[in-house]
Design a protein around this ligand. Structure first.
Ligand SMILES: NC(=O)c1ccc[n+]([C@@H]2O[C@H](COP(=O)([O-])OP(=O)(O)OC[C@H]3O[C@@H](n4cnc5c(N)ncnc54)[C@H](O)[C@@H]3O)[C@@H](O)[C@H]2O)c1
Length: 438
């Protein structure tokens, strides 16, 4: 099957590459020429474990191509997947400008039947808009080509994206009632996973669109929930990790996403929770739980800054803070809405100096906040710092040479926002230590 993926970012690149690995003939399109040129050379613009090998292999096999020519890519394919960004606008609503631009480009070119699939995360009702934008462009040309629209939200996690795409928990396909042709084509597209016994949810388009927000909002709520519990633990002398274990061992609750910390970040949860709350209000409903999760998350960021300031006797002016981890989570270079950025900005505002290290995300973070002194490793970041703060739990921060860290710091202080270390052990090692909710 000929497949075109429009938007070659974290989702589009992984999606296109994996479909080519399944045997599809794939063209990944992006409007950024440099990105496409480097991909043609097999250079991956993002950090995503396992993706480079897969891209190289499928370029060699001739099944994976990269292009800036959307028209040619539209002509070639039966299925067009829209995977462009859907960033938040200032008012929390979803900016659909990129989706609209692509839909219109499709409408300006389409001359035979195709299935246009929205893979980007979009508010309920967007597929109707996509259909209208395409139809408007067809009408302008007097073109009568038929097309289907469908919703196929993506659930992959950055850092584990290839595995998630190849072995998803489920595939969601939303089509119009009675559109058997589109449904059959999309089931054929995903046939390798169907054969794998991956659960498929075939449903209508609003349900598919809403399911992505419901899933993300629920996960974000789990994080905010345990963060609230961590506050209570600090008040009453409890241990949030033990509470989370008790909760998580209940199979109805499950262990995942019950780690207290600096709150959720990344390119999905913050914008998707905001968007869900926003479009709920547009249909006259207050999505109270999600609005509370957002508020708790914002408060948690401030609590983390306060915790760091408190660790240096309540005044961080002129102090040096060593930050380990800038990416919003380990195994990615993505710093969109990363907790580290808010924390660093908060500390800079209060007069601190920041030395930081991250295994993958330094270039982008340095561009965004030039005041950060970027260091070559964790130890360089610690040199002459007043306090060490672990913000992102990369594996390499889990077994630091504590003796060396102690010598490098002005005083042995560690604020561990991911509860990587044991409080007792840190005390034995001679550190002043603060975790979250313990
Ligand atoms: N990143 C994730 O983990 C993740 C997971 C699930 C769903 N999503 C959703 O998937 C969508 C894409 O997210 P992402 O993180 O891959 O975004 P991204 O910003 O990494 O990539 C989007 C790409 O689209 C390109 N683009 C924009 N307009 C274009 C156009 N007119 N023609 C061609 N290319 C164009 C951009 O240049 C960019 O390379 C979003 O809706 C997001 O919410 C993301």
């Amino acid at each position: 099957m000929n497949i075109t993926v429009i938007g070659t970012g974290y989702v589009g690149l992984v999606t296109g590459t994996c479909f080519s690995e399944f045997g599809g003939q794939v063209t990944c399109v992006d409007k950024i020429e440099d990105k496409i040129e480097s991909l043609k050379r097999g250079e991956i613009p993002i950090y995503e474990p396992g993706l480079d090998d897969l891209v190289a292999r499928n370029i060699r096999s001739g099944r994976l191509n990269f292009s800036t020519d959307i028209n040619d890519a539209i002509d070639q394919a039966l299925v067009l997947l829209i995977a462009v960004g859907t960033p938040p606008s200032d008012d929390g609503s979803t900016n659909l400008a990129y989706v609209e631009a692509v839909a219109r480009e499709i409408g300006q070119r389409l001359d035979s039947y195709k299935v246009i699939v929205t893979k980007s995360t979009v508010p309920v009702g967007t597929s109707v808009k996509v259909r209208n934008w395409i139809q408007e462009e067809l009408d302008k040309r007097g073109e009568k080509a038929r097309f289907s629209v469908a919703s196929n939200p993506e659930f992959l996690r950055e850092g584990a994206a290839v595995g998630d795409f190849m072995r998803p928990d489920r595939v969601v396909i939303g089509t119009d009632a009675g559109d058997d042709q589109a449904l059959a084509i999309l089931k054929d597209l995903y046939r390798p996973l169907f054969l794998n016994e991956t659960p498929f949810v075939e449903t209508n388009i609003p349900t598919a669109e809403l399911s992505k927000y419901a899933a993300n909002a629920f996960l974000a709520t789990k994080i905010s929930f345990i963060n609230e519990v961590s506050v209570l633990c600090e008040e009453v002398g409890g241990d949030v990790q033990a509470v989370a274990r008790v909760m998580g061992l209940d199979r109805r609750i499950g262990k995942k996403f019950l780690h207290a910390g600096p709150g959720f970040g990344g390119s999905c949860f913050p914008k998707d929770t905001l968007s869900a709350a926003r479009f709920a209000r547009e249909v006259g409903h207050e999505f109270s739980i999600v609005e509370a999760s957002i508020a708790v998350n914002e408060r948690q960021r401030v609590r983390m800054i306060d915790k760091i300031v408190a660790s240096v006797e309540g005044d961080v002016t002129g102090k040096t803070v060593a930050i380990l981890g800038l990416a919003f989570k380990p195994e990615t270079d993505d710093i969109r809405e990363a907790p580290a950025l808010d924390i660093i900005r908060g500390l800079l505002d209060r007069g601190a100096r920041i030395r930081a290290y991250d295994p993958a995300a330094m270039a982008e973070a340095g561009r965004l906040i030039p005041e950060i002194e970027l260091c070559k490793d964790a130890y360089e970041a610690c040199a002459d710092a007043d306090v060490l703060v672990i913000v992102t739990e990369w594996n390499e921060f889990r077994m630091l040479d504590l003796e060396r860290v102690k010598e490098l710091l002005v005083e042995p202080r560690m604020v561990d926002l991911r509860n990587v270390y044991k409080a007792e052990k840190m005390k034995d090692e001679g550190f002043l230590y603060w975790g979250v909710g313990r």
